[in-house]
Write a protein that binds this ligand. Structure first.
Ligand SMILES: [Zn+2]
Ligand SMILES: [Zn+2]
Length: 124
């Protein structure tokens, strides 16, 4: 029926990206819940408390900026409200091109998807 013979199924690349994104979202939910169990629902910067509906304004920040670094003891996590989280990342941008630890890590480990992860992380 189809006269569109030269489209060989779905684009492999976009499938991989969609899957990586979904995996990342699942993982984010996972470590967020874990972090909320470990820490009181308080922003680590402004000290505001979050509960009920407001809880979704509290986000998990990765201290070393590596979203793949999720030790279950929470040593790489910090709970920050959306505003403080934004500030935290803007501060890094203002500080310039100082390479964060995350970059060093991806140079050392040879992961085929390291670049993909870099592209996907912190896209706002
Ligand atoms: Zn805050
Ligand atoms: Zn962050």
């Amino acid at each position: 029926m189809s006269n569109n013979e030269h489209s060989n199924g779905p684009s492999r690349e976009s499938t991989i990206i969609a899957e990586a994104r979904r995996a990342r979202e699942l993982r984010e939910q996972g470590y967020r819940e874990q972090a909320l169990k470990l820490f009181p629902p308080v922003c680590g910067r402004c000290g505001r408390e979050f509960e009920g509906k407001k809880l979704k304004e509290l986000t998990v920040h990765h201290k070393n900026h590596n979203h793949d670094d999720n030790p279950l003891d929470g040593s790489n996590w910090e709970l920050l409200c959306l505003y403080c989280h934004d500030n935290e990342h803007q501060k890094d941008q203002l500080e310039g091109t100082k390479a964060p630890d995350a970059d060093k890590n991806s140079l050392v480990t040879h992961q085929p998807f390291a670049n993909l992860r870099d592209l996907l992380k912190e896209k706002k």
